[in-house]
Write a protein that binds this ligand. Structure first.
Ligand code: FAD
Length: 460
């Protein structure tokens, strides 16, 4: 009987256990459903939809080159899959995903053969000595390492296709996944969505992976892999990524990078335990945090107009390119929740809509870590000083690129233009006219945040 492969955020042909199992069992039908219903408010964000468009075009073409056809449908995924399987008399195969809505989709789809492949190891297999789930990264990572390396990636299987020429399929262009503003296609030279692009990115990173630990925190340097949008839609499997980098530089040298890749698995482990991780603080006391209602402040942050160059550079990089450097994600997120006292969920939503690599678990994990409300997170009272961070991580070149108004300031003064005095005049910059004056004073904001934290602590 036909074997229906239900592609979700695993848009690849290599190391796809569901595709391999299907191919071994019979003629294959390939399906993708654009489901904006089951995830509710977590429907895919605008930036990632742009990526999805190109990724589906790529997958459809690869399948066509092999004589098949990718069927596209739009609507609530579970019932669509169930009906199509019944119509074809097909078995259904899918890779397990850990977003809370993925399990709902599977339950509604009926009898689905579930395969591993979205993470390095199934999160439910990484258990403590007493059989419980971990909530702290380091012991979890040690345990995961006992099960690593992951199995070698499965090669793309030889495919035989079921005849689906009569089946209706949507026209990808009609889905209108590409936003007009901002149009990331201007950055298309830099990003290459799809499986080939993912593998090319991995090969390019393998050449610099040995330097990762020295350069990954420097936003001016291309020190990280930029694989995240590819991993988010599963164009490359984490196991493929693991082996490519471990083979290139050796597992020991690769460890700092493999550990970051591990954080992605850890996020899946956390959302298995806290499905509402994206909406609710893990620590209850944070429900009482006295956030400010400040739409103007939120708007200034979103559009890179806070007057803090490192924050503005990051937010503008995000808007223009759909990606932001990890160190700067931490700085901008911390600024929003601690300096502006704005609810982390506003920032999380903005990231969700503007990141090409938007990932429910990683995003929630990042925000709860910064906020201090996560089960494993930075304590709230550790408040990043944006200027200190900017100097420490040598962000002058980065700021010049994204905040061109300040480009003429010397390296040492670009981090805090309000203290640049004569250099500001020489550069022809007037604060409040050419570039905003700081939206908050660091010391006052810090004191205000600590006072708010005092209220939370009193309730814990
Ligand atoms: P590399 O350093 O090359 O790392 C390789 C891969 O490991 C990444 O592609 C990613 O899949 C994974 N990874 C790396 N760091 C982390 C991390 N801290 N947590 C989980 N996985 C990690 N990452 C997302 O993929 N999607 C998000 O929506 C997201 N939102 C974030 C929000 C905040 C507030 C913060 C602080 C971090 C967020 N991250 C998110 C984590 C991290 O910033 C990105 O994964 C990373 O910057 C991607 O760049 P890269 O591919 O070059 O990473």
């Amino acid at each position: 009987s036909p074997q229906l492969v239900w592609f979700r955020n695993d848009l690849r042909l290599v190391d796809h256990a569901a595709l391999c199992a299907a191919a071994a069992a019979g003629p294959v039908v390939a399906l993708f459903v654009l489901d904006d219903e089951t995830p509710g408010a977590w429907r895919m964000g605008a930036a990632q939809r742009w990526w999805l468009h190109h990724s589906l075009a790529d997958l459809g073409q690869r399948i066509a080159e092999r004589g098949g056809r990718l069927i596209l449908r739009r609507g609530r995924a579970g019932p669509i899959v169930r009906a199509l399987a019944a119509e074809l008399g097909a078995d259904v195969h899918a890779i397990v995903h850990h977003e809370p809505w993925a399990a709902v989709q599977e339950a509604e789809a009926g009898d689905v053969r579930r395969h591993h492949g979205a993470t390095l190891a199934p999160p439910a297999n990484v258990l403590s000595g007493t059989g419980g789930r971990y909530r702290i990264f380091t012991p979890w990572w040690k345990k995961l390492l006992e099960q690593m390396p992951p199995p070698r990636p499965l090669p793309e299987p030889a495919l035989r296709w079921a005849d689906v020429s009569a089946l209706p399929s949507d026209d990808l262009a009609q889905w209108r996944l590409r936003p007009t503003k901002p149009d990331w296609s201007t950055g298309f030279g830099e990003w290459q969505p799809g499986e080939a692009g993912a593998l090319a990115r991995l090969t390019a990173f393998a050449r610099i992976a040995a330097r990762y630990d020295d350069t990954r925190n420097l936003p001016s340097v291309e020190g990280s892999s930029r694989l995240s949008p590819h991993l988010a839609l599963g164009e490359v499997s984490p196991a493929t990524a693991w082996h490519a980098i471990a083979d290139a530089v050796g597992e020991n040298t690769a460890e700092p990078w493999l550990r970051e890749l591990g954080w992605r698995d850890f996020s899946a482990n956390i959302i298995d335990q806290f499905p509402d991780h994206g909406d609710a603080p893990n620590r209850d006391a944070f429900n009482r945090f006295p956030f400010l209602d400040d739409p103007a402040g939120l708007n200034a942050w979103q559009h890179g107009q806070t007057g803090y160059p490192i924050v503005d550079a990051g937010m503008r990089q995000l808007w223009a390119s759909g990606w932001m450097h990890n160190r700067v994600r931490m700085i901008t997120a911390s600024f929003l929740v601690k300096h502006q006292l704005i609810d982390w969920r506003h920032g999380e939503r903005w990231f969700w809509d503007t990141l090409l690599d938007a990932d429910y678990g990683n995003n929630a994990q990042g925000w709860q870590w910064v906020m201090g409300s996560g089960v494993d997170s930075s304590p709230f009272n550790r408040i990043f000083a944006p200027v200190g961070q900017s100097e420490k991580f040598d962000a002058a070149t980065y700021i010049r690129r994204w905040v061109p108004e300040l480009a003429k300031l010397p390296d040492g003064l670009i981090h805090a233009p309000w203290e640049a005095g004569v250099a500001l005049i020489r550069a022809g910059v007037k604060l409040g006219r050419d570039y905003p004056a700081p939206i908050v004073d660091h010391n006052q904001a810090r004191a205000r945040a600590l006072a708010a934290w005092g209220q939370v602590k009193a309730g814990e």
